[in-house]
Design a protein around this ligand. Sequence first.
Ligand code: ZN
Ligand code: ZN
Length: 365
Amino acid sequence: MIASSGDVRRERLARLRVDLPAHGLDGAVICHGPNVRYLSGFSGSNGLLLVLSEEACLITDFRYEDQAEEEVNGTVEVLLATDGGIAALADRLVDRTHVRSLAFEAEHVTVRDRRELGERCASVLWEDMPPAVEGMRAIKDPDEVERLAAAVDVAERALDEALSTVREGMAERELAAELEYRLARHGSEGPAFDTIVASGERTALPHASPSQRRLAEGDLLLLDFGATVDGYRSDITRTVVLGAAKPWQREIHEHVLEAQAAALESLVPGRPAREVDRAARDLLEVAGLGERFGHSIGHGIGLEVHEGPRLYRESKDVIQVGNVVTVEPGVYLSGEGGVRVEEDVEVVDGGYRVLTSSSRALREL
Ligand code: ZN
Ligand code: ZN
């Protein structure tokens, strides 16, 4: 296991403490699990992280007592709540009268919890959290890239093994189970997201969940899945053919690879993220397939499978060194089949480094 050092987390907290006053805030209450983990190291399911200018504490419950102390390793104080996290938070704030405005993560707080925050911490002005933590998370440090690369490696080992088990008559769900079993054997903490295995005409469904459909000779077979290593998630897609590829299957696969190559070449630090999407879309439009590419070209990966930067048509993000993103063009012909190929890529000085190493050529099983 590669441990995130306490220093890295202290530095992240320090950067947040600089950012919050610029938004007129005295502090923030972080409850979104990946953000709590990024700042404090705590990976449990119940954590409220209070960050003030001079102090930070994690509020969790008895189930996580030992785990929390071990994971935060002194970076922040750990408080155990007996009567719910918000009550403990209010207790903590009672004599901190200098705290007038706090941010909360509107996207992750329920209406009921928001009401309770208002009632129990009545003197605090609650404001929407600026995207400060997400902004930091979009730029990976070398430790994070190492974990992502490890998650890619685990996924690719599992892919090779799972493909060697493919045979006619096998159900999509059975292949998904083979894949997930092999991910676990190679060290994945769990699937990075719901594994997609689609075959035949079902490959035209970009987000198909595995069904009982049985694989048959001539089928396209699409696998989109990932591993989790130390909380970091890979996300890769390969489309293969059972038996010899038909000309139309080969042709759309070729168009997808060309679109992907164009997108990769536009992954340059300083460029608007929407240009990466544009580069792939332009090529597919020329091929008359623009309408058949209905999703975005990619997204950042990290502690979550979808995070910044967002690579879509209207994205306002800018590509930066340290981004780790997917590049995943696809073409979907309703009723016939679809092809998607997805790489995980790190943005480096002057360009990119592809973390995935599996061949992108169309495999015939
Ligand atoms: Zn994917
Ligand atoms: Zn993806």
